[in-house]
Design a binder for this molecule. Structure first.
Ligand code: GLN
Length: 330
């Protein structure tokens, strides 16, 4: 099996002779070299794409052509669509060697974003690796919901809007909020020091170090007692322990389990968060959470027990109730 890994372009490693006309680059000496090299000149971007796409497809990789294009674009430091202008460009051995390694990792199940080290979230480029969850498109819905509410209220506010992002991971939510709400004072917490390193790096990448403070904290534990915020936002772990085995291997074997699972019912973290958040909310403050499919009724109950009222539920594109917003009852 191992020998088949990277097989998508193993076949193009066979020396492939093109008629050498004697003129042009290299001439006879080049022809000799080419004879012995693994990749003769003439392995183009397009050929690599055309060979690797069906290989990925056979291996069950989602979006096979897009995947190889994104890997190539990453390696060549180009935008994906720029590749289309350079389809006939020859790839050198160093690039091909690096590409083979990446193809092998992807076929072994590693998510594309960990291989390239980057992900896109709310139109922002973020650095990611196995220390953090890869930001998901559903989470953009959480950001938009929070921004919508805070912007609507902004006329009434005299001081800077204050937000806490709980379990910041890559920092994606805090960073996207900081970009959309200039002047907001954001506190981003995570229990994982490793994740905070990634998040700090991402804040620096977007020149937001001054807008976001990062704290190592198990949920809200280390927040100062005096803190009162307008919004507590979180995409907490919400997968039941028993569900973990059913997740695709990309998630199960590569993403940090601590960012995903939350006890037998998947609600352990949300429950604890809802129980402890109220004292940090300003009187008109709200809490906005991302949920797993089907969790809304249970979470609405937790909120009710803690004296909150659910004021908004937002469905994702699949129709799952994905974001819940609650406010302390007056
Ligand atoms: N806040 C980060 C995200 O939304 C991390 C969430 C997590 O680790 N559960 O992607």
């Amino acid at each position: 099996m191992a020998s088949r890994i990277g097989g998508g372009f193993v076949c193009i490693t066979k020396p492939k002779m093109r008629p050498e006309s004697g003129h042009g680059r290299g001439g006879r000496a080049r022809f000799q070299r080419v004879l012995w090299s693994c990749y003769p000149r003439g392995v183009t971007i397009l050929e690599v794409i055309n060979k690797t796409t069906p290989y990925f497809e056979k291996q069950g990789i989602e979006s096979p052509r897009l995947t190889i294009e994104l890997l190539l674009a990453h390696l060549l430091k180009k935008k994906r669509l720029q590749l289309y202008l350079e389809f006939e460009r020859d790839l050198d051995e160093t690039t091909l060697e690096a590409l083979r390694g990446m193809v092998k990792r992807r076929v072994a199940g590693e998510p594309l974003q960990y291989i390239t080290g980057e992900a896109e979230f709310c139109g922002l480029r973020l650095m990611v690796d196995k220390r953090v969850l890869i930001p998901r498109p559903e989470t953009e819905l959480l950001v938009e919901t929070v921004v919508g509410r805070l912007k609507a209220e902004s006329g009434e506010r005299k001081t800077a809007v204050k937000i806490v992002d709980v379990g910041t991971g890559s920092g994606c939510i805090a960073i996207a909020l900081a970009k959309r709400l200039p002047g907001a004072e954001i506190t981003a917490v995570d229990v994982s020091r490793e994740a905070l390193d990634v998040a700090r790096g991402n804040a620096a990448l977007h020149q937001l170090e001054k807008n976001i403070r990062f704290l190592e904290s198990d949920l809200l534990e280390v927040l100062p007692d005096s803190l009162r915020v307008d919004a507590i936002v979180s995409n907490p772990p919400y997968i039941a322990d028993g569900e973990m085995a059913k997740l695709p291997k990309e998630v199960r074997d590569f993403e940090p389990a601590r960012a995903l699972t939350a006890g037998e019912d998947g609600l352990k973290v949300i429950r604890r968060l809802v129980m402890n958040a109220r004292r940090f909310l300003s009187p008109s403050g709200f809490m906005a959470l991302e949920l797993g499919a089907g969790q809304r009724p249970a979470v609405e109950d937790f909120f009710g027990q803690q004296g909150y009222e659910v004021v908004e539920v937002v469905k994702d594109l699949q129709g799952h109730e994905r974001v819940i917003v609650a406010q302390p009852r007056k």
